[in-house]
Ligand binder design. Structure first.
Ligand code: SF4
Length: 1016
């Protein structure tokens, strides 16, 4: 039998389990011998998996020995890059290359343990005891604090005194089960790593384009003519994905990096521009002003596909740093004036001539007229000529045949104006006609391997899967009001307005939650879902814990003590809990917050009464499942070995816990018992739902025969649905996550597909499966002009063929809607166009405006000195007291990752610990000389909230900047240290930043805060 490697993969993905021993099957293809070094070890198994760290989602080949013969336990003994993976093509970065050491880390957890109140040691317990004791804690706390109805008698079914954090690298299947588990218990005090990272991305991109995700794909970066890297450092944080930027460069693209630090991306770029951390909107607002002033606009695109022509309500204004509607007492905006003027049919009025003074274009032009090149240089510290060169390069892409892209990550998100940083760039890309285009887009580089998937699954306080909102007690007291408020009407004639399908998505979701208990008579069990009163994000949760308002905390695959800002506050908050449950493959500082580690964690265990359970879970290599990379590909991975000791998959841990709780409520009853007892839990083994069962539920299936209007049966009862277009609002379908519908159809598991054929422009639609509907580039209708003709003959993605849209990607559009129907490309927006003016979508303004970081090195905002920082920021009194001033803390601290490490995980990995063994900070030469600090000295960096000690790296990479007439020094602070480590023990860098977040999403401001520096 002769098979090419690609054909073999198709066979194995479709039928033969990937864990099958290729040797024993006798299927070694001749082509493979030339492509991959073969492991000729008898009984070695080759298994395909995905890197667990960042969202590039590199493919892995894992080799294990031990196939059960003579009771041998399978153990991974080698990992290498998968040469067939279309993004990674066999590459792994230093993190991926050390994955074997992650799996075999001495810090893997093996047995359930408990640390009892006031004690100073872990005690091993059985799984049975652990589950029983945790279930008792949960029931006692829930029974005492469950709120069935609010003061107005609205069913709210929420439980606020125990909170839960969810993982960033667990599979979608674990994620969806966690969603079900939490909501049945009434948990809304929940958050995820997404909040710490890319929350502002979702807010900004959804507000502009309709969806909150990376628009293009890793490989597509190679199609760009110009690449701006700003607010990110992909050569370091996403090394393998960044190779596609280098591919573009090889073909002539120019790469410019704008960053506070000359980083490793800058080292391979064409140009580097320094910038003061926290001044990005000044820079980007300056770009908008320059593009308008120099007429570098793709006018046909802007007029047809953006809201430039829309007329804004008369009441809208901006003056002295404030938009209309500000309520100083509440610290919030009333956003009603940030809206379009509507005609008597409820449609938005437009002025195609762009002459109306209140059309979006003219308002935008006026707003950014203040951002002149001199102002930009003065407030950012970027040299004016450098800024102008960035403008010129971006401006060159305003023609249809040149395309630019932007790569960003947490350098933009982790600010009080995080969402608005991203919005500004999204507006620029619309003005240049770069959205929907191959080589264009706004590329949010997600950090964690499945942070995209877990956001998609709604593991956030106020979300449900598929970006549906969890009901709010005031806006949505009943199902009718929920549907009315979340089913928008089109604002222009003929728009697809895809959210008009909300009832189908929501009813199908409710059928998943409550199964046969969800009926038309009880509104599909709507009232059993918890309703929120306010958002319980991580900062809110920590504040409640700190104030003693929280008793329990369940932490799944998260290390909040290291990840949340103001570690000293977090630690004090944990000490006020009654119980904490940690589910993790590794030791974490969170689990051992009660241990004394000298200056790095100076606590007294005897005084801490929190009971802490530590439950060992499997890691990526020991489970089947799917994860979503940054460009929305759901990639299935296969188990290669058994976990160490008694570790179990998260699904089994949650399954056992749920079964134990259900039994307690069956036997004893209790408040809110019905939300637990009515939950659909139809798994073959209720204590261990399988990944396949859960993946099929995410896709959705027919619950009865589905017919067309003529009565013809389209899908039989029990069949997997082909996609979300098949969902119904009459209870005849179920789907746990409508945007994932299509991932596991009657044709099988689409996420396991392995055809890496490039159908053009690097697009590989046969590899895995991408949401939505396997589309690879979002808004791809905008790659053709209003008549359906591609803007650029070299970049043909889809075009109108006369009767349909077709091409090398799945149209992100109604496939048979002709160009003359007037339907526009941004199908998730009721206006059908991209938003230069974001109307009422963001809490801090429809146009981005520069506000200083909460801790500003200037102490003023020269644009409007009366409004220095964002007026829409949420700040708790306890955090306000902990803010520093520039006279006491004169330097700007900014945190970041290193290539060799991933967050706080790889300090448990020997190879990475060898590569970067010790904590350091980066200090510019001028500042070091001023302070008498030499390279290698130990220094103390302190903020109003705490301090760290680390080695000084004195470098030319961080230069002093002239800003508003004064010298600003910046200090670079890598993240990765702690006391649970195989590297040298270190301090938690998050002792330094303040607990204040992005106005829209509460993502903490890690990238710009004030510190002092001294020799230790
Ligand atoms: S960390 Fe990211 S770039 Fe590195 S191997 Fe893993 S997925 Fe690839």
């Amino acid at each position: 039998m002769q098979l090419s490697r690609r054909q073999l993969f198709k066979v194995s993905a479709g039928g033969l389990a990937a864990t099958s021993s290729m040797a024993t099957l006798g299927l070694f293809p001749t082509a493979a011998l030339a492509e991959v070094r073969q492991y000729k070890l008898t009984r070695a198994k080759e298994v395909r998996n995905t890197c667990t760290y960042c969202s590039v989602g590199c493919g892995l080949l894992m080799y294990s020995l031990g196939d059960g013969a003579k009771n041998a336990k399978a153990e991974i003994m080698h990992i290498e890059g998968d040469p067939d993976h279309p993004v990674s093509r066999g590459s792994l970065c230093p993190k991926g290359a050390g994955l074997l050491d992650f799996i075999h880390s001495p810090n893997r957890l093996k047995y359930p343990e408990v640390r009892e109140p006031g004690t100073n040691a872990w005690k091993r317990i059985s799984w049975h005891e652990a589950i029983e004791r945790i279930a008792r804690h949960i029931k006692a706390d829930r029974d005492a604090n469950f709120v069935a109805k609010n003061a107005n008698g609205v069913p709210v079914n929420r439980w606020l005194s125990t909170s839960m954090l969810t993982a960033s690298a667990s599979s979608n299947e674990t994620g969806i089960l966690t969603q079900k588990f939490m909501r049945a218990l009434g948990i809304i005090a929940t958050d995820a790593q997404a909040r710490v990272c890319h929350g502002p991305t979702v807010a900004a991109l959804a507000a502009t384009f309709g969806r909150g995700a990376m628009t293009n794909s890793w490989v597509d970066i190679k199609n760009a003519d110009f690449i701006l890297v700003m607010g990110g450092n992909p050569a370091e944080a996403h090394p393998v994905g960044f190779k596609w930027a280098i591919e573009a460069k090889k073909k002539g693209a120019r790469i410019i990096v704008v960053d506070p630090r000359f980083n490793r991306t800058a080292a391979v770029a064409d140009e580097f521009m320094p910038i003061r951390a926290g001044s990005d909107i000044v820079f980007l607002g300056g770009v908008i002003n320059w593009l308008i002033a120099n007429d570098k606009i793709q006018w046909d695109y802007v007029k047809a596909f953006t809201n430039a022509t829309f007329i804004v309500n008369e009441g809208f204004s901006f003056s002295e740093g404030l938009f209309s509607g500000y309520d100083e007492a509440k610290g919030r905006y009333d956003r009603s004036s940030w809206s379009y003027e509507l005609d008597d049919k409820g449609l938005a009025k437009t002025d195609p001539t762009l002459s109306h003074p209140r059309c979006v274009w003219n308002l935008m032009k006026n707003h950014y007229a203040r951002y002149t090149p001199d102002v930009v240089s003065d407030l950012t510290g970027t040299p004016k000529d450098g800024f102008l060169r960035v403008c010129a390069h971006l401006g060159e892409t305003a023609v249809p045949t040149k395309v630019g892209t932007v790569l960003y990550a947490l350098g933009w998100t982790q600010h009080t104006v995080g969402a608005q940083n991203i919005r500004t760039m999204a507006m620029i890309q619309l003005m240049l006609g770069n959205i929907g285009m191959p080589g264009g887009g706004v590329n949010a580089l997600r950090g964690h391997s499945n942070i995209q998937g877990l956001s998609d699954l709604g593991l956030l306080s106020t979300s449900l899967p598929g970006y549906l909102t969890l009901p709010n007690e005031q806006a949505h007291p009943d199902f009718a009001s929920y549907l009315a408020k979340n089913t928008p009407k089109a604002l222009q004639p003929g728009q697809l307005n895809y959210w008009s399908n909300t009832p189908k998505f929501m009813v199908s979701l409710l059928k998943w939650f409550w199964g046969k208990n969800a009926t038309a008579e009880n509104n599909w069990g709507y009232d059993w879902l918890p309703k929120w009163d306010k958002m319980y994000d991580i900062l809110q949760l920590m504040e409640m814990m700190y104030q003693g308002q929280m008793n329990g905390f369940i932490v799944q695959g998260f290390n909040p003590l290291t990840s949340l800002p103001d570690f000293n506050k977090t630690s004090a908050a944990f000490a006020r809990l009654k119980y904490m449950v940690i589910i993790d493959p590794m030791t974490t500082e969170t689990s051992s917050f009660w241990q004394n580690h000298g200056e790095a964690n100076n606590v007294d265990p005897a005084k801490i009464q929190t009971e802490v359970f530590r439950l060992p879970s499997t890691c990526f290599a020991e489970e089947d499942g799917s994860i979503v990379n940054s460009c929305r590909w759901l990639q299935w991975h296969w188990k290669g070995a058994e976990p160490p000791g008694e570790a179990k998959p998260d699904q089994e841990i949650l399954g056992e816990l749920f079964v134990a709780l259900r039994k307690l409520y069956q036997d004893e009853g209790g408040p809110g018992a019905e939300t637990i007892l009515n939950l659909s839990w139809p798994y073959r083994d209720p204590a261990a739902p399988s990944p396949e069962e859960l993946a099929k539920e995410m896709n959705g299936r027919a619950l009865s025969d589905i017919t067309d209007p003529t009565g013809k049966v389209l899908f039989k009862k029990g069949e997997q649905l082909p996609g979300f277009a098949a969902l119904r609002d009459d209870g005849s379908t179920m789907s746990a996550c409508w945007i994932f519908s299509g991932c596991w159809t009657e044709a099988g598991n689409q996420m396991g597909r392995r055809d890496n054929t490039d159908v053009g422009l690097g697009n590989t639609p046969g590899w895995s499966w991408s949401w939505p509907a396997n589309r690879r580039i979002l808004y791809n209708r905008a790659s053709s002009d209003a008549q359906g003709k591609p803007w650029d003959p070299k970049r043909v993605l889809i075009s109108w063929t006369g009767d349909k849209w077709a091409g090398i990607d799945v149209p992100d559009f109604k496939a048979d809607a002709a160009p003359d129907t007037g339907m526009n490309p941004f199908i998730m927006n009721p206006e059908g166009v991209g938003r230069l003016f974001a109307a009422d979508k963001l809490v801090d303004g429809p146009f981005p405006e520069h506000y200083e970081p909460m801790e500003s090195p200037l102490g003023t905002n020269p644009l409007h000195p009366k409004v220095v920082t964002s007026p829409a920021v949420r700040l708790f009194a306890s955090d306000k007291e902990r803010l520093g001033k520039h006279d006491e803390f004169p330097y700007v601290g900014t945190t970041y990752r290193l290539t060799e490490h991933f967050q706080f995980w790889t300090k448990n990995v020997r190879l990475n610990a060898i590569a970067q063994p010790e904590q350091f900070v980066e200090i510019g030469e001028t500042l070091a000389a001023e302070k008498g600090i030499k390279a290698g000295d130990t220094v103390k960096v302190s903020s109003k909230r705490g301090f760290i000690k680390a080695k000084a790296v004195v470098t030319k990479r961080v230069k002093a900047l002239k800003v508003n007439g004064k010298t600003v020094h910046q200090i670079g602070i890598p993240l990765h240290w702690g006391w649970e480590t195989v590297a040298k023990k270190g301090y938690l860098s998050n002792a330094l930043p303040p607990a204040v977040g992005d106005c829209n999403t509460q993502t903490p401001e890690y990238k710009a805060f004030l510190v002092n520096l001294e020799k230790a």
